[in-house]
Design a protein around this ligand. Sequence first.
Ligand SMILES: [Fe+2]
Length: 301
Amino acid sequence: MQHHTLSCCGGVRASLPPPPLSFRWSKIKREGGRRLPRCARIAAQLELKPPPYSLSSLEPHMSRETLEYHWGRHHRAHVASLNNLIAGTDLDGMGLDEIVVVSYNKGNPLPLFVHAAQVWNHDFFWQSIKPGGGGRPSGRLMEHIERDFGSFDRMLEEFKRAALTQFGSGWAWLVYKANRLDVGNAVNPCPSEKDNKLVVLKSPNAVNPIVWDYSPLLAIDVWEHAYYLDYENRRADYVSIFLEKLVSWEVVSDRLDVAIERAAERAREDETRRQEDDAAVTHSEAVEMYLDSDTDDSEAE
Ligand SMILES: [Fe+2]
């Protein structure tokens, strides 16, 4: 991969490949992000977010020792590495979502992608579980699960299969896939007939579905460090306990509401843009007709 030197405010700070030219800043604006002028960016260290519960409160299903090791060492190391790699570059000051998508670089990841995505993934993972979790979802989430998988049990089967067949390290996901793929030439892992549906995916290493413009709802970490201390190599036991005793379906449900609203807002924006394009074409055609008729009149004289 060819590397270019990036600079900020005239200072050469790091050597990184360029961000993708096709990255859409309008998308960032739609999602509430900000693009600051390069020299106005303020270097901001990303923080290690603690899980929203005490480290021992997931026991006996996930031990304090696992959280001390997984959150306290692995997650922390990714935050530190990411902060070191973005310091002084154009990525410094961006939101984490933006850094993940930019550094994925349409399937040719920058070296810091693994750290950015793993920080995002682990933040999301800790928030996906809770003491006394598990059970069954209800309301809109359950309706969508039954619509898109046939039943809750069928969705669980598919999720388990994804988690167990992810060879080596990686993640399994339940996502809401809206009706577009808005990340340049990235390969869309699901066919178009699955638009506006819940989909189960698996991804290798640190890859995160936001790089395909999907909305993640639930994730399970199937890197061995996530379960070895409690389950040794019994990944199937870990996945079952995760679903039966730890998942916060309330959080998943809230994420689905946000994803559906986001997709609806994008659909409205698309419709507005289409109407504006149609109006511009109609105006252009009217001008051409006027000029043509003007030319005809001149020739007649
Ligand atoms: Fe992990």
